[in-house]
Design a protein around this ligand. Sequence first.
Ligand code: SF4
Length: 503
Amino acid sequence: MKNKKVGDTMSLSKSRYCTGIRCKKELWLSCFKSEVAEEQDNDAVLDNGNKVGDFARGLFGDDYILIEYNDNKKIMIEETKKYLDKKPNIICEASFNYNNNFCAVDVLKNDLDGVEIYEVKSSTEISDIYIDDISYQTWVLKKCGLNVKKSYLVHINSKYIKKGKVDRNKFFKIEEITPRDMGLIEENVKELESILNSDREPDIDISLACKKNKMVSYDCPFFNYCIRNLPRPNIFDVGWRTSFNKKLDFYYNNLITYSDILASGGISTKADNQMNCELNNLGKIIDRDSIKKLLSTFTYPLYFLDFESYQVAIPEIDGTRPYQQICFQYSLHYYLEEDGELFHKEYLSEDYDGNPMYGLCKQLCEDIPMNSCVLVYNQSFEITRLKEMASLFPEFSDHLLNIVDNIKDLLPPFRNQEYYVKEMGGSASIKKVLPALFPGDEKLDYHNLEQVHKGDEASNAYLSLKTLPYEEQEKLRYSLLRYCELDTYAMVKIWGKLKEVSE
Ligand code: SF4
């Protein structure tokens, strides 16, 4: 992101307006100090947003006018003017400016007696900030002299199931939105303009607006910057599902350090254990009996399974929903008998244009015999995927549901703090547990992998495969295989560690 310099002429836009409504400091930082933002991997979100936006253009049929994007907004505005008088028509990205307030309307229904605004979002739910977005556009258009009859939010119907060609009328939900009071928008615009023209970073404390909630649709990328002067560790380092709301209560009561929080009576048993381990440099928490009890339920042959999946907003496969997880790969380590040899099998679909789940299910049913004990890490993900695939493919249904019935989870000892060391930092995620249990083990370090180091990178890599030349494709496929293999090898090692400590 290129910073503006304080003193540059700054204009508002719908995204800047919404940022400023959430937090004036975020608006100022995003314009003048963007280098302090945390890096966000938004590629998949942006890609889905673009595809949904393009798809929505045909909401009223294919006969629409598209105002092409141009860095020079004046060109977009002039282009829009050419079509505004030729009503009725549909203008996508119709662009307007009023006193340095620019907006491009996703879809403008330009009727003989006025216009209707259609704002398109790639989400499945309405967030309050979308109402601010639409209100700002309504205000700009009214100021430009247009009669805005109605405003609508177009978002994805999460219950839509693809059958044949995606049907726009069923895929989208269109909801009429009552814009906020225009006087209020005018006041907000004035205030935000003064923020953009100021050389002083606004002095605003952290609040509920900093994290994703019903009001705002994402975590603020400046959070770590805003809490940089707090002592470490602090209330915001506490894990164990302590809500942001609760953390803010402690923060506002000036209970920020672990010692202050514990002295005040603490938060919860697990959170207090985390803080005590950190403060007093305690060793491991180990509940041998509980671990032993869990391990006694595992039987041979013993399989360790992990899926990789991707999600797309506009479903490409019949029978699937928007954003449904589509499995394309698995890794499987297994022991046929106690103290036996460790084997490995894997699957990575080559069906880039079809349904990767069919081949995956077929192979999985061959690789895992019925009634085998299958270990996963965080069973809800694998169980949900297996059930979805069982309903998609009746021929594999019995076998897939048999796998579901025999799944055992390696997560509970860590989630229940039956095994905890301070290096886990209040998290039971495998990416935290693994280095905490095996510090310095290079073979288990995801950083040492090539190209693919985490789940979202795996999804993006798979989705990009079909666009790559053969050699690059093979290299990336190899990286995907090694990444997924490490996930199940990590589970084997974690299981081994649990056995070791329970003896
Ligand atoms: S972290 Fe919170 S206070 Fe800081 S800029 Fe973001 S929203 Fe504003």
